[in-house]
Design a protein around this ligand. Structure first.
Ligand SMILES: [Zn+2]
Length: 234
């Protein structure tokens, strides 16, 4: 259930029986021909579907993330890691103050990974708050489902092209793009990143069958549901 569909009385009543909560993290950044909000759309939708299935409240996803290396692409927004870490820490402290104790963070963007370390160190002084930080797209189950379709799959390729991230009236290149993901990519100046990546796809075809995409999605929902139900320490 979305927090947007609850009032405070309902949260208070929920907290008498359960203390789990879900917080999605996204990003607004270039995704080649797909929506700039792809990482936000995916983590938010996954959170809502998982939370609704488990009867656990889901907070609105954060639409922004850490993506300085994409800043030469118009439309990209990037937040400084410390600022982002502070912001998420304030959210977590608010959740603890409300009475939540187990927080599943569903992260939809690889560049947000520094946030995990920041919040873990800040929240170390609040041991009653248990945090699961789930990079949903890179899990074993989801990656297994993706690689069963094609191993050439990465940022802004077919693997992020769901009916809810593609844009109307945008035609996609019919060819498959060769992998283009040097290990030092995030350290390069943004203009170099753009000239290296071109359209922004890191490699792979631009679209797969929707049957395959829906199957990958169901894998992600099932895995995240299991984590929300059984991933806690006690
Ligand atoms: Zn993405």
């Amino acid at each position: 259930m979305k927090i947007a569909d609850m009032n405070w009385f309902q949260v208070e009543s929920y907290l008498k029986a359960d203390d789990r909560v879900v917080l999605p993290l996204g990003s607004t950044e270039q995704h080649a021909y797909l929506s700039l909000c792809t990482d936000f759309i995916l983590s938010n939708k996954l959170a809502v579907e998982t939370g609704e299935g488990c009867g656990v409240p889901v907070y609105p996803g954060l639409p922004y993330g850490i993506a300085p290396y994409f800043s030469a692409y118009p439309g990209t927004v990037t937040i400084r890691p410390e600022t982002y870490g502070d912001f998420v820490t304030d959210i977590l402290n608010s959740l603890v103050k409300s009475g939540f104790r187990r927080v599943l963070i569903i992260n939809g963007h690889g560049g947000n990974s520094p946030v995990e370390e920041i919040i873990r160190s800040r929240m170390a002084t609040v041991p009653e708050c248990q945090i699961l930080f789930h990079n949903w797209w890179s899990s074993e189950d989801v990656m297994g489902a993706v690689h069963a379709v094609s191993p050439n799959a990465s940022h802004a390729s077919w693997m992020e092209n769901f009916p809810w991230t593609r844009l109307e009236r945008v035609s996609l290149p019919p060819r498959e793009k060769a992998p283009c993901d040097p290990p030092n990519l995030r350290q390069l100046p943004p203009t170099e990143v753009r000239s290296l990546l071109g359209d922004g796809n890191y490699g792979g075809a631009y679209q797969a069958d929707d049957d395959a995409m829906l199957s990958i999605w169901r894998t992600a929902v099932a895995e995240t549901t299991k984590l929300l139900d059984t991933g806690w320490e006690n």
